[in-house]
Ligand binder design. Sequence first.
Ligand code: 80F
Length: 312
Amino acid sequence: MKAIMVGFGQVGRSLRTLLQGRAKELGVEVEIEAVVTRRGIMIGDGEEFRKTRDGTAMDALNLIGPDLVIDVSSANYQTGEPSLSLYIEALRRGVHVVTSNKAPLALKFWEIMDTSRRHGGKLGFQATVMSGVPSVNLIRVMPGLKITRIRGILNGTTNYILSKMYQGLSYEEALKEAQELGYAESNPEHDVNGFDAAAKLVILANYGLGSRANINSVHFKGIKELSQERIIALKRQGKKVKLVAEAYGNSLTVEPREIGPEDPLYNIDGVTNALHISSDVQEITVIGPGAGPLNAAFGVFSDIVLMSKGLY
Ligand code: 80F
């Protein structure tokens, strides 16, 4: 498959390593024909980005005519651009899109999904929610299940910060660590104000519950107003604060909740995320690392492999 890759940050670099290291052994051939960043276009592939020419992702799509667009660029929650237009155009042409960028899907999920279904370009977005831990793709492999409720911890950075504050670190120290580990968004405000978890909840609610939601449908609140004193006081009462995302009926919420040991989310600490799905047939919980460059890259990689093998 001829691919263009948009974004060459932490996730992009890890993805390149995964593709080089283990795609061939799986019988998957992916040639990165161009890389696009804010700085312009690099024709071909390389360890480091070296600009070959000016241009945008759309220019690269036109120039290369790829089979696959990989989007590992930063999220733009204002407009979803330039990724949103890129997906629509690529999918219309029957070009597949695999992405870890939540913004276009949190803003225009059904426009993108309908374009994919109408024109045949496939859309892989496992990495947008819980990185490499099956969430979107878990729902994908349970066709026909009537999901009634989704509840979980969907942001690695805030769960990491809350866990560290519980152990006595300050908010600032914990955020700094989360940034150094590559968990936080390029604008960490999006993590700590609940925006990132809200975007993920929109994607799951649309895909799993068939909601017609966008980021404005979510009542969300972040963790910035929580003081360490409060977290420590709750600890003495045997409680923890978790940023809980929940979709049920038409209600989509992300907010800090005080929970006790009886709640299955109580023991989900650090960068670990958890997703609990209730349905007419079964209850399912999946637990695993929600963030990290290699984990997010693995989510993208798994989509590429499954797609190239015609498994969806
Ligand atoms: P990083 O900032 O390292 O790289 C972004 C790249 O995008 C840069 O190369 C930049 O030049 C390029 N770019 C930005 N705007 C562009 C434009 N207009 N045109 C072309 N290129 C452009 O970002 P990361 O860490 O590599 O992340 C890439 C994407 O993966 C982002 O959309 C993330 O939201 C997404 N992602 C990252 C995750 C992670 O762990 C996890 C899953 C998705 O739960 C949490 O705590 C979440 N913060 C992690 S989610 N890094």
